[in-house]
Ligand binder design. Structure first.
Ligand code: SD4
Length: 337
């Protein structure tokens, strides 16, 4: 090859190699806009958000669009198709946060299809940040949302009937388990036990602004009225437009105990990469009680202002989905135990 040809070829392949090297280096070097979301069910969620991001929409609109997509699915874990609490009632938690630290959340919301949009209305139309239970439902109805039937989805009905045989609250360690479930299987084990739940998303738009949203039906068979980390700003979601943003999935009680996503963002503020920040937060949970940590899963997912992202979990099996101009794929998170 002559020198000219060589230089020409290098110029063509260098950007590709740098992306490859950057990705090998802890998922770095991505361009904006970019969206990351928990679990492999994040792939279609990202696609819904990408429609907004790729047409110069805001990160706020993008994360809401992604969450709405998920809430429309009959799934074990998000939206009205989700699994119920101990009393057979589906209660939904959601929150949203933008680049100006505007926040809105709902918890224990019943019979309303899009909790993320109600959370956004709380953010935009009230002087408050969280509405719960009957009050949240009343607010939703006053703002044009429709009261749905409250009947369980077919899969939730079956799983709940099965669970009632023992009525033991024993959350499974939520992991992606494609071997058991098959590549497009719903997110629960073959015996009907929920595998994982909760959709957490973080996006950076083409203006460089960050936003995030979380939506979930919470832990299946929880006590009626239980609220997890997902609608709690600083636990299930935190955004600081100067530093980065993070979201979480897993046993909410453990995430709340350490103000998980706020902690991750603070670790990034100290100069840690997103992956290292998530690792340190996971470490904090595990160090306090190793034996207990072995019985549960928590995964953090974060992005910094450069569009670099990373994740870390207690257990093997936490995965997340990424969409940018450079990639559209699922990543395995590293894990501690
Ligand atoms: C909760 N963090 O309600 C949620 C559940 C979850 O994957 O994320 N599961 O505690």
């Amino acid at each position: 090859m002559n020198r000219r040809k060589f230089l020409h070829l290098s110029a063509l392949t260098a950007p590709l190699l740098s992306v490859k090297n950057a990705l090998a280096n802890g998922f770095e070097g991505t361009t904006k806009p970019i969206i990351i979301s928990t679990w492999d069910s994040g792939m279609p969620v990202n696609a819904a958000a990408w429609k907004v991001l790729s047409t110069k929409g805001t990160a706020l609109d993008a994360v809401e669009a992604g969450a709405i997509y998920m809430e429309n699915q009959i799934d074990c874990c998000v939206g009205l198709g989700g699994y119920p609490d101990r009393d057979g009632i589906v209660t939904l938690d959601s929150c949203i946060m933008d680049h100006k630290a505007n926040i809105g959340a709902v918890a224990g919301l019943e019979r309303i299809k899009h909790p993320v949009s109600v959370a956004r209305k709380v953010m935009e139309k009230t002087p408050h940040v969280i509405l719960v239970g009957a009050g949240a439902q009343q607010f939703a109805l006053e703002n044009g949302f429709t009261l749905e039937s409250g009947e369980l989805s077919e899969s939730a009905k079956k799983a709940y009937a099965e669970w009632l045989k023992t009525s033991e609250y024993k959350p499974v360690i939520n992991i992606e388990n494609k071997k058991q479930n098959g590549p497009f299987a719903p997110a629960f084990f073959n015996d009907g036990t929920p595998n994982h739940d909760t959709m957490g998303l973080v996006a950076m738009d083409s203006f460089g602004n960050l936003s995030g949203a979380v939506t979930t039906s919470g832990m299946a068979y929880k006590l009626h009225g239980r609220v997890g980390d997902s609608p709690i700003i600083g636990a299930g979601l935190f955004v600081d437009n100067e530093v980065g943003a993070a979201t979480s999935s897993g046993t909410g009680e453990e995430v709340i105990r350490i103000c998980g996503t706020h902690l991750v963002v603070e670790f990034m503020r100290q100069g840690n990469s997103p992956e290292m920040a998530c690792k340190k937060a996971v470490q904090r949970i595990v160090n306090r009680d190793k034996a207990k940590a072995k019985t549960l899963q928590v995964g953090f997912l974060a992005m910094n202002k450069k569009g670099q992202y990373g994740a870390y979990a207690i257990q093997k099996g936490f995965v997340f989905s990424v969409k940018s101009n450079n990639e559209n794929q699922i990543h395995q998170s590293k894990f501690l135990i």
